[in-house]
Design a binder for this molecule. Structure first.
Ligand SMILES: O=C(O)CCC(=O)C(=O)O
Length: 238
């Protein structure tokens, strides 16, 4: 990163993100690099998340994603031909782990019709009010989506932009969902959710992945994340 102008740096970060759908890549918290791109803090304390294809290329996460328990759960919800679209390991570092602002997953993972994306969020450590548990607005999955992030191609360069604006949600509408290590939260693709800055001394590690019912569903061509020849979206049921 040394010697890059702010514009070049932004472009290189965007490229790194936009081409991460079929790879295992590392994303860091804000403010952890100096101007030359050197770590200001130990890398293991600076990492925000790893994504977005752990489910395909890491044997441990592949096994968990396709485990009998996950398959049974998803079958019990009535999904017929679910595919895995992305996966992430989120660290939520002690004293440091950044907030995830209120959003709907369908903003980033859009389908037609809506209602076909489901997040499976597994707590690998206790997730508490102090270390940044998830918060949800009850019933918010029923109101459609407010904003979409789309991929825009300018020559060979990919950039993203937003259509629509995210409403400002009153804090009082959110309810927290602390959960113990080993617990699992299902996240509807349109429910509004967030997590707050981790000011505590405890990390909050999670493994999360998103699936889509592929039967009768169109994956939007302008989503940032697209299946590739290297990684078509794998079937969940194996
Ligand atoms: O784990 C978090 O803090 C946020 C996760 C999230 O928003 C998601 O998986 O959709």
């Amino acid at each position: 990163m040394a010697g890059l102008s702010p514009t070049q740096l932004r472009k290189s970060n965007t490229d790194y993100f936009l081409t991460s759908g079929d790879k295992i890549r590392f994303f860091f918290e804000k403010g952890v690099f100096d101007k030359e791109g050197n770590f200001l803090f130990p890398p293991e304390n600076s990492i925000n998340k790893i994504g977005h294809a752990l489910h395909a290329f890491d044997p441990v996460f592949k096994r968990i994603t396709h485990s009998p328990q996950v398959q049974e759960l998803v079958k019990s919800l009535g999904l017929e031909v679910p595919v895995v679209v992305q996966s992430m390991y989120i660290f939520k570092q002690p004293h440091f782990g950044g907030e995830v602002t209120p959003h709907q997953d369908a903003t980033f993972l859009h389908t037609e019709p809506l209602g076909r994306v489901l997040g499976i969020w597994i707590a690998l450590e206790d997730s508490t009010l102090e270390n940044g548990c998830l918060w949800f607005i009850p019933g918010s999955h029923t109101g459609g989506i407010f904003r979409r992030m789309v991929r825009v191609q300018t020559d060979s360069v990919g950039i993203t932009s937003f259509i629509g604006s995210e409403p400002v949600y009153e804090d009082s509408r959110f309810i927290p969902t602390p959960i113990q290590k080993g617990g699992l939260i299902l996240i509807h693709g349109e429910v509004v959710h967030k997590s707050e800055l981790n000011c505590s001394a405890h990390s909050r590690h999670v493994y999360t992945f998103h699936i889509m019912e592929s039967k009768g569903t169109n994956w939007s061509q302008d989503n940032w994340l697209q299946p590739t020849p290297e990684l078509p979206f794998p079937l969940l049921y194996t």
